[in-house]
Design a protein around this ligand. Structure first.
Ligand SMILES: [Ca+2]
Length: 485
C-alpha cells in the first residue's frame, strides 16, 4: 500500500517537472548566446519534437532530492578554464613579482627606518650636547664678565698705586733736595760755629790757642743719601767709646804681634804681591802670605780677586768702626787691625811692596746708600822712612772726584810725628794718621761715624771732600795697589 503511494507521488512529480522543464528549456534557449545556439542546433531540432523521460524507481528509501541532468560535459568550457588558469598563473607570477618588489621596497624602507631612527637618536644626542655646550658657554661668558670686572678693578688699583708711587717719588725727590740743602747748611754752620768758638776764645784773652786747620767747605750737589738714614748724629766721644770697645784685637800692632791667621787660604808662597798670587791661579779673595823682594819680613795681606780681574793687594780697609785708627807713628809704620776686617797694612810694608815695580792705586769708597765710587791714580809709591814715607801719586781718573792729589808729595803725619804743612798737627784735628797737607781734602784714617752726616767740632770723619763733603763720613773704604798692566 505504502509503495503504491510512493509510486504515484513520483509519477505526479515527474509530470509536473517535465512540463516546467520543457518550458524552461525553451526560455533558456531564447536567451542563450548565438554560439551555443549554433552548437546545439542539431539537438534542438530533436528536442522540439520530443522530450526524453527517465523513470527512477526508488528501490530504497530516498532521503534527499533527486538530481538529473539532461546535458553532457561541455569541452569548450574546459578550454576556457586552462586559459584562465594560465592567465591566473600569469597574474599570480606578476603579483609575486610585485610582492617581491614590494618586499625589496619594504626591506629598503626598513633600512631607511632604522637609519632614520639612528639619525633621530644622533640628533637627540647632538641636541643634548649643544644644550650642554650652550650652558657651558653661558657659564664661561658669566665667568669672563666677572674676570673682566676683576681685571678692571685690578687695573684701577695698579693705576692708583702707580700714581701714589709717582707722588711719593716726587715727594722723595723734594726731600732729597731739602736734605742736600740742609746737609750743606749743617756743613757751613759747623764751620761758622768753629770760627765763632775760636773768635770767642781769642776775645777772652786765650790767644795762645793753637790755630785750627781750615775746614773743608766742599758741598757737592748730590750728597750721598741713605734710605735707611736715621739722622743719627754720633758724637765723636760716642764713636770713640764704641771703637775702643771693639779695638781689643788691635792692641798688638800688626807685624809685632800678628793676630792668629783666620782662614788663610793656602800654605803656598810667600808671594811677591797679590798680582803674583792671581797669576799663580788663585781666584778666591782672602788672606795670603807675601814677602817683598827687598825684605825678609813676611806680610799677611788681603788679596782682592773679585774686582777688575783681581790681583789687588789691599793696603787699608774701613767698614764697621771695629778698629781704632787714632794711633802713633810706630803703629802706622808696622800696621794694625784685622786682615779680614778693618786694618792698615803698615807704611814700611807699603813702601816695600810699591818699590818692587810700577803700581797703580785704587781707592774704593762706599756711601751709606750702598753706592760705590772710585778714584784711581796711574802710579803710586812711597819714599823711605827717612823721607817720612812721602806720597807719590800719578794722574787721577774715576768718578769719586780728585780729593787726593793735594796730598801728593806730602809726608805721613801721626799724632806723635808732625810732618804736615799746617802750623798745628793735622792728626790731632782729624783723629788719624795720613799724608796730611794743611790739612787736605780727605781723611780716610779718621773716625768711623755711623749714618753718613756727622756733627763734630773738627772734620774728623772718614771723608772724601769731592764725594760728600767734610761732614759726611763714608761707610766703607779700601786702598788697593796692583802692578801697572
Ligand atoms: Ca804741622
Amino acid at each position: 500500500m505504502q509503495g503504491l503511494i510512493w509510486s504515484l507521488c513520483a509519477l505526479l512529480c515527474l509530470s509536473l517537472w517535465e512540463e516546467s522543464h520543457c518550458r524552461s528549456s525553451r526560455n533558456i534557449r531564447s536567451v542563450n548566446e548565438p554560439s551555443l545556439l549554433r552548437t546545439k542546433r542539431a539537438l534542438q531540432d530533436t528536442d522540439a519534437k520530443k522530450c526524453s523521460y527517465t523513470f527512477l524507481v526508488p528501490e530504497q528509501r530516498i532521503t534527499g532530492p533527486i538530481c538529473a541532468s539532461t546535458t553532457g560535459p561541455e569541452p569548450d568550457k574546459d578550454r576556457v578554464t586552462r586559459m584562465d588558469i594560465s592567465d591566473v598563473r600569469e597574474v599570480l607570477n606578476k603579483q609575486r613579482r610585485e610582492i617581491e618588489t614590494l618586499q625589496l621596497v619594504v626591506e629598503v624602507d626598513g633600512n631607511l627606518v632604522n637609519e632614520m631612527k639612528l639619525l633621530r637618536k644622533e640628533s637627540r644626542n647632538m641636541n643634548s650636547r649643544v644644550t650642554q655646550l650652550y650652558m657651558q658657554l653661558l657659564h664661561e661668558i658669566i665667568r669672563k664678565r666677572d674676570n673682566s670686572l676683576e681685571l678692571v678693578q685690578l687695573e684701577n688699583r695698579v693705576l692708583n698705586v702707580t700714581s701714589e708711587m709717582m707722588r711719593l717719588a716726587s715727594r722723595y725727590k723734594e726731600l732729597e733736595a731739602r736734605f742736600a740743602t740742609m746737609a750743606g747748611v749743617v756743613n757751613n754752620q759747623s764751620i761758622l760755629i768753629s770760627a765763632l768758638e775760636e773768635q770767642c776764645l781769642r776775645t777772652l784773652g786765650r790767644s795762645e790757642l793753637p790755630p785750627v786747620p781750615p775746614l773743608v767747605q766742599v758741598v757737592p750737589e748730590n750728597i750721598p743719601i741713605d734710605n735707611r738714614f736715621t739722622n743719627e748724629i754720633v758724637t765723636k766721644n760716642q764713636a770713640f767709646s764704641r771703637a775702643s770697645r771693639r779695638e781689643s784685637p788691635t792692641r798688638s800692632p800688626f807685624g809685632m804681634d800678628p793676630p792668629p791667621p783666620q782662614g788663610t787660604l793656602t800654605s803656598d808662597g810667600p808671594f811677591k804681591d797679590c798680582y803674583q798670587v792671581r797669576q799663580a791661579g788663585y781666584t778666591t779673595s782672602g788672606m795670603y802670605l807675601l814677602k817683598t823682594d827687598n825684605s825678609e819680613q813676611l806680610i799677611q795681606a788681603w788679596c782682592e780677586h773679585g774686582l777688575d780681574n783681581g790681583g789687588w793687594t789691599v793696603l787699608q780697609r774701613r767698614r764697621d768702626g771695629s778698629v781704632n785708627f787714632f794711633r802713633n807713628w810706630e803703629n802706622y809704620k808696622k800696621g794694625f787691625g784685622n786682615i779680614d776686617g778693618e786694618h792698615w797694612l803698615g807704611l814700611q810694608n807699603i813702601f816695600n811692596l810699591a818699590k818692587q815695580g810700577d803700581y797703580r792705586l785704587m781707592i774704593e769708597l762706599e756711601d751709606w746708600a750702598g753706592k760705590k765710587v772710585y778714584a784711581e791714580y796711574s802710579s803710586f809709591h812711597l819714599e823711605s822712612e827717612s823721607e817720612g814715607y812721602k806720597l807719590r801719586l800719578g794722574t787721577y781718573q774715576g768718578n769719586a772726584g780728585d780729593s787726593f792729589s793735594s796730598n801728593n808729595g806730602k809726608a805721613f803725619t801721626t799724632l806723635d810725628r808732625d810732618k804736615d804743612t799746617f802750623s798745628g798737627n793735622c792728626a790731632h784735628y782729624h783723629k788719624g794718621g795720613w799724608w796730611y797737607n794743611a790739612c787736605g781734602q780727605t781723611n780716610l784714617n779718621g773716625v768711623w761715624y755711623s749714618g753718613g752726616v756727622y756733627r763734630s767740632k773738627f772734620q774728623d770723619g772718614i771723608f772724601w771732600a769731592d764725594y760728600g763733603g767734610g761732614f759726611y763720613s763714608l761707610k766703607c773704604v779700601r786702598l788697593m795697589i796692583r802692578p801697572i798692566d
